[in-house]
Design a binder for this molecule. Structure first.
Ligand SMILES: *Cc1c(COP(=O)(O)O)cnc(C)c1O
Length: 399
């Protein structure tokens, strides 16, 4: 230590000890920092964080965030990934970065509802038009495309109602008729495991994959984080610069928690897939449920598209309760569940259930007559979950 630092207060800050390099363990180190030191002014002037080339400021990246971004890019099959504070922030970052006054954006009717809300409020106020298409009807997408269409959102399957669209066909239609449009997919359900968004087959792929890491990558029901992954470097740079100007940051301890959960994600996804299918099958045998919505279940809307795109399914199951049961009866059924807790989100260890009024969540109209209940399968034994739903069915007595 230099002679200058004789005071303990200074010594505690400018301590000469450096731990030896070469420490390795199964976990990624948690690097924290708003300030990042430069060895000299030349380094300060020349360093750039873009493409993960160097460290400049905590907001723009640390070894911890760069490590998670690289792993997610590999998971999703893209070139580069950037982290943001939530899945919804990932969606709005894409909108803000790519749309300007006079442009138009397209959304599937079954898109994650807050995506629609942002479009209707902020984007509309900024002079950005939108149209809502039927995800199971490519003609309705084609009819909505205009020369002003700059962004097309896809989601597979749709939120709550879980219809699986013909992703390849939708992408092909946009490429042929609106080559100026960027195609973004909300890939939270597929999680990079059920299908490859950037290589859907037949030469088709999306440009951007948005992922709510809050769900399967976190796996704990305790972290909020999102990611945006791009297929091409120029688009990544455009979005990464917008991200830095908007000031999106993520907390190092949260990133470390996601890094810790990622290795078990394929196992958890497979377990929740198997349990979800067993639960969906049981639901399909209950007279109180008019319909079971699960893309891997034959007869579910878009099942054929799921089969031709996917090798797996997430653990989400929605039932349409027979229309003779009132909202109050369906609420009583959900309230009677003991293992399933009432709450939003999914991908964690605890199974969840939420009732929805189908008519209220779709603007193009639906043929769902009864209330919907969405189940998110956690990591409990599926036999116990089925027994729980079975005892709660006493709240839905027929006749
Ligand atoms: C949960 C979810 C989001 C938003 O993620 P948050 O981290 O909760 O903001 C976006 N899209 C889909 C499909 C989701 O399920």
């Amino acid at each position: 230590m230099s002679k200058m630092a004789s005071d303990k207060a200074t010594q505690l800050i400018h301590h000469p000890y450096r731990a030896p390099a070469g420490f390795e363990s199964p976990v990624q180190p948690v690097h924290k920092g708003s300030t990042i030191f430069f060895p000299d002014t030349a380094a300060m002037r020349s360093r750039t964080w873009l493409d993960r080339g160097a460290y400049t400021y905590g907001l723009h990246g640390t070894p911890t965030t760069f490590a998670l971004e690289e792993r997610l890019a590999t998971l999703e099959g893209g070139v580069h990934t950037m982290l943001v504070s939530s899945g919804l922030a990932a969606i709005t970052l894409v909108d803000i970065a790519l749309l300007a006054s006079g442009d138009q954006v397209l959304l599937p009717d079954n898109v994650y509802a807050p995506n629609k809300a942002f479009t209707r409020h902020e984007l509309a106020a900024w002079g950005i038009a939108h149209a809502v298409y039927d995800p199971l009807d490519i003609e309705s997408l084609i009819a909505a495309l205009t020369p002003a269409t700059k962004l097309v959102w896809l989601e597979a399957p749709g939120s709550v109602t879980l219809e699986f669209p013909d992703l390849r066909g939708l992408v092909r239609a946009v490429r042929e008729r609106a080559p100026q449009a960027v195609i973004a997919l909300d890939n939270t359900w597929g999680a990079g495991l059920a299908f490859n968004a950037f290589d859907l087959g037949a030469g088709q792929g999306v440009d951007i994959s948005v992922h709510a890491l809050t769900k399967y990558p976190s796996g704990g029901g305790d972290i909020l984080m999102g990611s945006v992954t791009c297929r091409a470097k120029d688009l990544y740079r455009r979005l990464a610069l917008a991200r830095s100007r908007l000031g999106h940051g993520v907390a190092a301890n949260d990133v470390e928690a996601v890094l810790r959960s990622l290795p078990s994600m394929p196992l958890r996804y497979a377990a929740q897939d198997a349990a979800g299918r067993a639960f969906a099958h049981w639901c399909s045998q209950q007279a109180q449920f008019a319909r079971v919505l699960h893309p891997a279940l034959p007869g579910s809307p878009g099942h054929e598209h799921w089969r031709s795109h996917c090798s797996a399914a997430a653990g989400l199951v929605t039932v349409e309760v027979d229309a003779q049961f009132s909202t109050a009866r369906v609420d009583a059924f959900v309230d009677a569940l003991k293992l399933f807790r009432i709450g939003y989100s999914w991908g964690g260890p605890v199974s969840l259930a939420v009732p929805y009024a189908a008519g209220a969540i779709r603007e193009r109209g639906t043929d769902y007559r009864g209330m919907l209940v969405r189940f998110c399968i956690g990591l409990e034994a599926v036999g116990d979950l089925i027994a729980d739903a079975d005892q709660a069915l006493s709240a839905l007595r027929l006749g």
